[in-house]
Design a binder for this molecule. Structure first.
Ligand SMILES: [Zn+2]
Length: 73
């Protein structure tokens, strides 16, 4: 499981300012407001959820690899 307090950086579509928001906050409300130019924009919630799933699956796979290596040794 990913740390829900992990901050993901998003570039502002208007001024390219980097906006960081936590996973927990984005899961609850996938919209961001740029502090630089005050533009609000939405994160594609479905795409975001799929991306998170992929990362979590790779992490799970990685821990399986580690366990398998440990057993072999
Ligand atoms: Zn901006």
């Amino acid at each position: 499981m990913l740390d829900r307090n992990f901050q993901i950086p998003f570039p502002c579509p208007k001024c390219q300012n980097e906006i960081k928001e936590t996973i927990a906050r984005l899961e609850a409300n996938p919209t961001l407001t740029c502090p630089g130019c005050n533009t609000s924009f939405g994160v594609d919630a479905e795409q975001f959820r799929r991306g998170l799933q992929e990362v979590e699956q790779s992490l799970a796979k990685l821990s399986n690899e580690v366990i398998r290596i440990d057993i072999k040794l």
